[in-house]
Design a protein around this ligand. Structure first.
Ligand code: ZN
Length: 429
């Protein structure tokens, strides 16, 4: 577990900033990475990280160079990549400089608009997804205030610009988002990947977020491979250096994306439903994907299976008409409790727990939680206590940051219920 925590720490930029490629480039680890490229005529900045740490990012940029920023590139429109601009703008106003050109894919505008429309909802889901790193201020993730691009890349257009002696190539591929841009700096053979490379199994199939694109992700990796780069800047995590290493991480990520996509599609074509596909996919997970670049510390293979299925399928995913218009879970649970006693259920859940069948024990406990008469406080308390214990155990064993946060959030809610129940038992309410 501690190694997963260490990995997550680094994932969120907790590593020293680094100069590389003959001191032309600078990587700033800052929740999401910020990269700076120095030319004779000014700076190019690839991503800005988030609003909360704008001052820190600015200070680090200025530690590297005091030249004027001429271009800013948004790798995609997530809050951790394009909202950290406040100190940069302040400096521009103070010095009377011109605003830099800001380059992004055209789809970013719809994304910002969507975030504004769903402002409270996004804050709510991000608070859950990132809960283990503390409270995220609403202002930190909101798109209420953005600096919009001045140069838009349309569709699959490629875009090249020059600054000083250097040239910069921009490409669009879908992957974590539909507005991704990645950049190649040919003179020094540096790839700037944004979140198409995140030092974890790709974040495809995030349980909270909209659809992502595994097949396109593989294609993006293959297009990056053609550049034969020396350096690869991930959106999160440390710099990847050396032609062979860059080639290795791009190739294995492409292979992993092709694999999960093609194997799920194959099973859909065989007329299988999600549950069967999911468990078969777990059974055939190839050993070679236990690669360090694919460690499941943020995204994970289990989520990716969902992603592929959802890409092509509607919400009716069991093939069982019972699930088409289901009754309420508490009504179903109450019926189950008429068949066997509540004591039978809790005893059975305990037995499953002792046998290490934690997931099955949770399903049984949920019958009690949903169906029990709320006056039976002692029994409810025992039920919550066991569920809390199981969730904490599962969270401890979980490698994915997102999955462990989901499980821990559930445990916290139950802890609240336990506290309230104990209070009301003590006061004999
Ligand atoms: Zn990111």
């Amino acid at each position: 577990m501690s190694s997963t925590k260490d990995a997550m720490n680094k994932w969120f930029g907790n590593f020293p900033s680094k100069r590389f490629a003959d001191d032309t480039c600078y990587l700033i680890g800052a929740f999401a990475n910020v990269s700076v490229i120095k030319t004779d005529e000014g700076l190019v900045v690839f991503d800005l990280s988030n609003r909360i740490i704008h001052q820190k990012i600015f200070n680090k940029i200025r530690k590297f160079s005091d030249k004027q920023i001429k271009y800013i590139i948004y790798s995609h429109g997530h809050f951790d990549h394009c909202f950290g601009y406040a100190s940069i703008v302040k400096e521009i106003e103070k010095k009377g400089w011109e605003m830099p050109q800001i380059i992004a894919h055209e789809n970013i505008l719809d994304r910002f608009e969507k975030y504004r429309e769903l402002d409270r909802y996004h804050h709510w889901i991000n608070s859950q997804q990132f809960s283990s790193i503390g409270n995220i201020p609403k202002d930190g993730v909101s798109a209420h205030d953005t600096i919009n691009p001045t140069i838009l890349i349309h569709g699959n257009d490629e875009y090249e610009f020059k600054l000083g002696n250097y040239s910069f190539e921009l490409y669009h591929d879908k992957g974590e988002t539909d507005d991704s841009l990645w950049m190649f700096f040919p003179e020094k053979k540096v790839l700037f990947a944004g979140d198409l490379m995140v030092s974890s199994y790709p974040n495809v199939g995030n349980p909270y977020k909209v659809q992502r694109y595994p097949k396109d992700w593989a294609i993006a990796m293959e297009r990056m491979l053609e550049k034969n780069a020396e350096y690869l800047l991930p959106g999160h995590g440390r710099l990847i250096e050396g032609k062979d290493k860059v080639k290795e991480v791009l190739s294995i990520t492409a292979e992993a994306m092709h694999f999960v996509h093609d194997e799920v599609v194959k099973r859909m074509n065989e007329g299988k439903w999600f549950e069967q596909i999911y468990h078969e996919m777990l059974d055939i997970f190839p050993e070679k994907f236990n690669h360090w670049i694919l460690q499941p510390i943020y995204g994970c293979y289990r989520f990716a299976i969902h992603a592929v299925y959802r890409l092509y399928h509607g919400w009716y995913n069991t093939g069982n008409p019972t699930d088409l218009f289901p009754a309420k879970s508490d009504e179903i649970a109450k019926e189950f409790l008429k068949i066997a006693s509540e004591t039978d259920y809790i005893n059975h859940a305990k037995k499953l727990f002792e046998e290490g069948k934690l997931q099955l024990a949770l399903h049984i406990l949920d019958v009690l939680i949903n169906g029990i008469d709320s006056n039976k406080k002692e029994l409810l308390l025992n039920t919550y206590n066991l569920k809390y214990k199981i969730l904490k155990q599962k969270a401890k064993d979980e490698t994915s940051f997102i999955a462990s946060n989901i499980i821990n959030n559930g445990a916290l809610q139950i802890k609240d219920k336990i506290r309230n129940l104990k209070k009301s038992l003590k006061n004999n309410i």
